[in-house]
Design a protein around this ligand. Sequence first.
Ligand SMILES: [Zn+2]
Length: 332
Amino acid sequence: MNRTRALSSIIVTLLFSMLLHACGSGKEQKDTMQSNFTPPASPPTFSGPRSFSLLEQQVAFGPRVPNTEAHARCLEFFIRFFDSLHVTPELQRFEITGYKGEKLALTNVIARLQPSARQRILLAAHWDSRPFADMEKDPDRSLRPIPGANDGASGVAVLLHLAEILQASPPGIGVDIVLFDGEDYGRDGDESMFCLGAKYFSASLKPNHGTLFGILLDLVGDRDAVFPKEKLSGQYAGDIQNMIWREAARLGLSRFSMETHSSILDDHVSLNTVAGIKTVDIIDAALVGHDKSSPRRQYWHTLGDTPEQCSPEPLGDVGRLLLSIIYGLHSS
Ligand SMILES: [Zn+2]
């Protein structure tokens, strides 16, 4: 995701509220969720350690930077993973011209679970890694790609384990798992080159897709992760955000904070404003721009974004919450 600044954030927020108005998305969707959600009595169990092992497996390929071997091998890993669950993912391939004029080959991975289910939700995370550690102070280190354990692999790790569970115990709704490419390619301040996969996906989506809402995961793996309510999510999808945070409170997940954090530009923006899918970002927002309250947590967009910063517990909390939401939703 992109670091925000107060003024640009206000301008962007204004711009998006105009877009929201212009394309008739978001607010005009019916407020379906409250009536269709009942906390489930006994949803399946989510394993934080299993999810953490899926984080480590992604990081082991090396930084998943577009046009590298690590990126290609990780994509093959996803295909094999979903094949093993008897799901054939759609590979949404597209090209973008990179900063050096090269063609970047990007791929969104879309796994539709229970494809015939009429009511569906979308769960997303980005699988690419940032090509440069531009928050490193040392100029040489700042040119190297980041490991992306938390920034990328953590959200994907939750969604992959979730897919295993949903295939073993199908819920009453369909779930589309979307792994976006090219989220973290852009240089600081160049918003046009961030969130490339989500922008392509959103622009390509057919009308009447029928998706009830979406949840985006980003930076969900830090061992001290805290998830405040991200501001743009509240503006676009406040009812969904409230439902999620209420359920987190009911489950006693204290890392979900009722405080609101300033706007973060992430893959949920185009889902809300272009695709017309109300989407909430679950994100450890204080990490973005470096957490001022913790020296250890100042690794965002540095070479220090490694599995050692992460742990199974936050992944387990996020997975448990998603399972509660999914199995608590029922068709109207
Ligand atoms: Zn990032």
